[in-house]
Design a protein around this ligand. Structure first.
Ligand SMILES: C[S@@+](CC[C@H](N)C(=O)[O-])C[C@H]1O[C@@H](n2cnc3c(N)ncnc32)[C@H](O)[C@@H]1O
Length: 377
C-alpha cells in the first residue's frame, strides 16, 4: 500500500530495543517475517500455504504507548538493557506523540515505574501509572504531578486494579475503576464503534491494524455463512470485544469464554451500548480449566489466545469437532505447535494471512483458517 512515511529514519534505531531491524528496507523486513513463519511451521512439521501479507503502513500506527520511567529517563529499554530516554517514537500516532511530549514535562521523582499512554478515537488522553504502592502514596499526598496530568487533559488510572483518581476537599484519593472510550472497531458495513475499556485493558496496539484483522475474519466468516445466515460461534479470549461485536453485528450468535473479569464487564458494556447484546453469552471462565462436556456444538470456533497459545486446551478445542476454526496469534511458535494438534485431529490449514501489526519489529499477527476434513477422527 501507499505509505507517505517510507523514508523516516528513527534517531534511536541503533540503541533502542523497541524496534528490531536496523533500518532494513521494509520489503526485506516483510520477507524475514514470512521466513520466520515458514520456519515455525516447518519445525512443527507443517506446510505453510501461500501467505497473504497485509501492511497498513510502516510507522505511526500505534494508539497506545507502553514505556518505563527510570530516574529522570522516560522511554524504552535500550539494547544495553537500561532505559533509553527517548523524546519521540515513530511507531506512535502524531496525537499520541503530542500526549507523550506533554507527559515528559512531568517529574514524578520516582526510581522506576511503568506507564501506558493512550489517545482514544475522540482524541481523549489517558495515562495508566503502574508504580510501586509507596510511590503512589507519596504522589497522592503531594498531589502536584497528578494535578499537572489533569491540567494537561489526561484521565488517570492507577495500579494493577485500574483504580481511578478523585479529588475530595483538595486531596487526591483512589476510587473504583472508570471506563472510557479508548479503542475502535468496525461493525457491519464499516460503521465505526468506540470500544469502552480501562486504559490498562488489553487491546491490540492499533485500531487500524485491529480492524484489518476483523476484516480478515469477516471475509472468512462471510464465505461460511452463505447458506445459513446466523452462525453459532464460540470465542476463546474475547477481551473487550474486538472480534465479538463485529460478529454480533453480522447477526451471528456468540458464546464468549474469557477469564479477565474486568474485560468481560467492558464487553458487556460495549455490547449493550451497540445494542448487540441479544445474541451474546459471556462465560467468565478460565478456558484452560473448562470441562468440555458443558460446551454445546458450534459452527465456528474463534481463538485469540495470549502468546503462550492454547496449551493443553488445544485438545479440548479439537474435541469440539467444530467444522471451522479461526486462530489469530501474535506468537508464531505457539501457533505452529497448536496447529500441529489441529492437523493431527483431522483439520486442514486452508488459508493464512499475516497482518503486520508491529512494523519495524520482529513481531506480527497471523490469522489461520482451519477446516475439519476428517470426520472420522
Ligand atoms: C491476545 S488477547 C485477545 C483479546 C481480544 N480478542 C482482542 O483482540 O482484543 C487474549 C485474551 O485471552 C484471554 N485469556 C488468556 N488466557 C485465558 C484463559 N486461560 N481463559 C480465558 N481467557 C484467557 C486474555 O484475558 C485476553 O483477553
Amino acid at each position: 500500500m501507499k505509505d507517505k512515511t517510507l523514508n523516516l529514519i528513527c534517531p534511536y534505531l541503533k540503541d533502542c530495543g523497541g524496534c528490531h531491524y536496523d533500518n532494513l528496507p521494509y520489503e526485506t523486513q516483510s520477507e524475514l517475517k514470512l521466513q520466520h513463519l515458514e520456519l515455525c511451521f516447518k519445525e512443527a512439521g507443517l506446510n505453510l500455504p501461500r501467505v497473504q501479507f497485509i501492511s497498513l503502513g510502516q510507522n505511526h500506527l500505534r494508539n497506545r504507548f507502553d514505556f518505563t520511567i527510570e530516574a529522570n529517563r522516560k522511554g524504552l529499554y535500550g539494547r544495553d538493557k537500561s532505559i533509553l530516554d527517548i523524546q519521540a517514537c515513530l511507531q506512535i500516532t502524531p496525537e499520541l506523540q503530542a500526549a507523550y511530549d506533554d507527559f515528559r514535562k512531568i517529574d514524578f521523582g520516582i526510581k522506576k515505574g511503568s506507564v501506558r499512554l493512550r489517545v482514544g478515537p475522540d482524541k481523549n488522553r489517558g495515562v495508566w501509572l503502574d508504580f510501586a504502592n509507596i510511590d503512589i502514596k507519596t504522589l497522592l499526598g503531594d498531589g502536584k504531578s497528578f494535578q499537572q496530568l489533569l491540567d494537561l487533559g489526561f484521565q488517570i488510572e492507577i495500579g494493577q486494579k485500574g483504580k481511578s483518581l478523585v479529588k475530595k476537599q483538595g486531596l487526591f484519593k483512589l476510587a473504583d475503576p472508570v471506563s472510557s472510550q479508548w479503542f475502535q472497531v468496525h461493525l457491519n458495513n464499516y460503521v465505526s464503534f468506540n470500544l469502552s475499556s480501562l486504559i490498562s485493558s488489553f487491546t491490540q496496539p492499533s485500531w487500524t491494524t485491529a480492524n484489518s484483522l476483523v476484516e480478515v475474519v469477516h471475509g472468512w466468516v462471510d464465505s461460511l455463512s452463505l447458506d445459513s445466515n446466523a452462525l453459532s460461534v464460540c470465542e476463546f479470549g474475547a477481551g473487550i470485544g474486538q472480534f465479538t461485536l463485529p460478529l454480533l453485528s453480522y447477526g451471528h450468535h456468540v458464546d464468549v469464554f474469557e477469564f479477565d473479569q474486568l474485560a468481560t464487564e467492558m464487553l458487556a458494556v460495549n455490547a449493550k451500548k451497540s445494542q448487540l447484546q441479544d445474541h451474546l453469552t459471556i462465560y467468565c471462565d478460565d478456558f484452560q480449566k473448562k470441562p468440555i462436556a458443558q460446551i454445546p456444538k458450534y459452527d465456528l470456533a474463534l481463538l485469540n489466545p495470549p502468546r503462550s497459545g492454547l496449551k493443553n486446551f488445544v485438545h479440548e478445542v479439537t474435541r469440539l469437532k467444530t467444522k471451522t476454526c479461526i486462530y489469530i496469534s501474535c506468537f508464531p511458535e505457539s501457533l505452529a505447535q497448536d496447529l500441529k494438534a489441529f492437523v493431527n485431529a483431522g483439520y486442514e490449514i486452508k488459508d493464512v494471512v499475516l497482518v503486520d501489526q508491529f512494523p519495524q519489529t520482529k513481531h506480527f499477527e497471523t490469522c489461520v483458517l482451519l477446516q475439519r476434513i476428517d470426520t472420522n477422527t
